[in-house]
Design a protein around this ligand. Sequence first.
Ligand SMILES: *Cc1c(COP(=O)(O)O)cnc(C)c1O
Length: 393
Amino acid sequence: MSNVMNTYARLPVAFERGEGPWLWDTQNKRYLDALAGIAVCGLGHSHPSLTRVLCEQAGKLLHTSNLYTITLQEKLADRLTALSGMENVFFCNSGCEANEAAIKLARYFGHTKKNIDSPNIIVLEKSFHGRTMATLSATGSRKVQAGFEPLVSGFVRVPFDDLDAIRRVAEHNHNIVAVMVELVQGEGGINICHPDYLKGLRELCDSHDWLLMLDEVQSGMGRTGTWFAFQHSNIKPDVMTLAKGLANGLPIGACLTAGKAATLFSPGKHGSTFGGNPMVCAGALETLRVIEADKLMDNAVAIGEFFRAGFSLALQGQSGVRQIRVKGLMVGIELDRPCGALVEQALGAGLLINVTADSVVRLLPPLIFTRENAQQVIDILCPLIIRLLEKPL
Ligand SMILES: *Cc1c(COP(=O)(O)O)cnc(C)c1O
């Protein structure tokens, strides 16, 4: 009997070590990792230079406090703002915390700049922003919210990728202060917004004086082929949140701001004990260095397209395959039926995948994936999908 609280439907496997895209379990069975700890380990496992940097940093300094200047945090903020065009960074420890900071910023913007007593934030259907009270309230999934009412108020929900729905809200709700969006919804099923959606969002936010807040916790850090998903267009957000891939597995989150959002907070408005400590910042800096030096964003695009072509070919003529969606190394295969059973079948065959939104096979492989790795995923996964689709609905 486990003494760990029962909050996860865990698979019956425990990993002991990893190398690149490979993991080994306690029985020494090898697995190909096409999930990377849910878009976290972009460099793969046990990356040699990251390991070296972390060992050196552990011998120097783990933690001081945000009561003092943290040189590595300053360096990381310099690097992240240079890469994104944003101006300031607040460091925390996870994605939901980064989104909490964004939500607080939006409310504070409403109170102090727009004279709105009850600020509202527009959020999207099928979105995922985290499991804290505010972020689960922002999340567009009843499964995440049910049983935890009363929810945090002040969120207005609209369909994904629908600018007119936002325009209609703007007509009657004058308490809106921000829009919070994932450009590629991860947990929601790898839903990719239309190329013009972000431009429309930017125009709406500018004309109404709202903050444009992008949750790039999953889509950031090179995963879609650019450092951040918004960089596929030439639009810049006012607020962007990061976490998952930022330090390849060390717990770190970041909330970046620009323009009218950049200088809202002052001392005492927000904080974190651990946020941006020397250890995690050393890890993030090395992760950024390797993504750039090894051209992993170009690789993400190339391998993503390899997946698109490979899956299209191997699943050709399968009427149960609704859509194959690819943005860099965010890959989703939507089926016409629930397919959670595939996860354990793939595990048995030595492959780690994920199923989200009931019927979407989701792959978030490390950015170091090779064509050979990708072909192996296709060769293992497609027969399992075809077998599932052969069963009567
Ligand atoms: C995972 C995720 C979160 C939550 O991150 P945690 O680190 O689990 O709190 C928030 N937003 C998006 C888009 C995510 O994918």
